[in-house]
Write a protein that binds this ligand. Structure first.
Ligand code: FES
Length: 95
C-alpha cells in the first residue's frame, strides 16, 4: 500500500517519484526511507526494519486489479489530502 510506515504519508509525496534515483529501491519522498522492492522492508531511514503493507493483485483478462482496497470517490479525494501532497490517481474503466 502506498503509505510510509514512518509517518503514514504517500511514498511519492513531494516529487511524485516512487523509486530511488537508480530505481533499485522504493523511496519515501518525505524523509528518504528506502524499501526493498521485493519485500517492502525498510532497509534505511527512520522506519528501518518496518515494512510497507502488501496489497493483493490479480490479473483478470489482462487487467491488473487491486484486491481489498477501498477507493476514494473523486469528490472525497480532495478532502483527504493536503494541497501540498501529490498522489496517484486511479481511474476505473468499466467494460
Ligand atoms: S514519512 Fe516516510 S520516511 Fe518519514
Amino acid at each position: 500500500m502506498n503509505r510510509c510506515p514512518h509517518d503514514g504519508v504517500c511514498l511519492n509525496i513531494g516529487s511524485g517519484e516512487f523509486f530511488s534515483a537508480d530505481h533499485t529501491f522504493l523511496r519515501c519522498g518525505r524523509h528518504g526511507a528506502r524499501f526493498e522492492i521485493e519485500t517492502g522492508v525498510c532497509i534505511e531511514g527512520p522506519c528501518n526494519g518496518q515494512a510497507l503493507e502488501p496489497v493483493a493483485l490479480a490479473v483478470i483478462e489482462g487487467d491488473v486489479c487491486l484486491c481489498g482496497v477501498e477507493l476514494l470517490e473523486e469528490d472525497r479525494a480532495s478532502e483527504r489530502f493536503e494541497d501540498s501532497e501529490e498522489t496517484m490517481d486511479i481511474t476505473i474503466h468499466p467494460d
